[in-house]
Design a protein around this ligand. Structure first.
Ligand SMILES: Cc1cc2nc3c(=O)[nH]c(=O)nc-3n(C[C@H](O)[C@H](O)[C@H](O)COP(=O)(O)O)c2cc1C
Length: 118
């Protein structure tokens, strides 16, 4: 099974976490894609997806995810298992902690993606 890990980052924390996940999935065929450089349509190439998005600007998606959000509609998520991770700050932004993950999860689920985890 090919796994595509798609992440967006502004200050590189999520990129670092993406690398840590890759290091732990040593027996997996995993490709890491920064959505600043890659199109979201490439999600169609993978059986399984890991989505990484930090929350910015009080409850919003990271800026690359924000600008490419509509491109999710071009991906057929049916049959794809999808896991999510993200960076945030639970002290300063406790009322919107990791909200971006929920925004993406709701959207991708509505397009047929099957969420793994809580
Ligand atoms: C202006 C600003 C707004 C932020 N808003 C939120 C937020 O609403 N919720 C949250 O969990 N984290 C929030 N954060 C924290 C970032 O998500 C955190 O710094 C994260 O590590 C950034 O990830 P990145 O380096 O991959 O871009 C905010 C940070 C800043 C500077």
């Amino acid at each position: 099974m090919k796994i595509g890990l798609f992440y967006g980052t502004t200050s590189a924390a999520t990129q670092e976490v993406a690398s840590l996940i890759q290091d732990h999935l040593i027996d997996c065929d995993i490709e890491i894609l920064d959505i600043y450089d890659d199109t979201l349509e490439r999600m169609s190439e993978f059986d399984r997806l890991i989505i990484g998005c930090p929350t910015w600007d009080i409850g919003l998606l990271q800026e690359d995810w924000r600008s490419k959000f509509c491109d999710l509609d071009k991906v057929d998520f049916s049959g794809k298992k999808v896991a999510y991770f993200g960076c945030g700050d639970q002290n300063i932004y406790s009322s919107s902690f990791l909200d971006a993950i929920g925004i993406l999860e709701e959207k991708i689920t509505s397009l047929g993606g099957m969420t793994i985890g809580h």
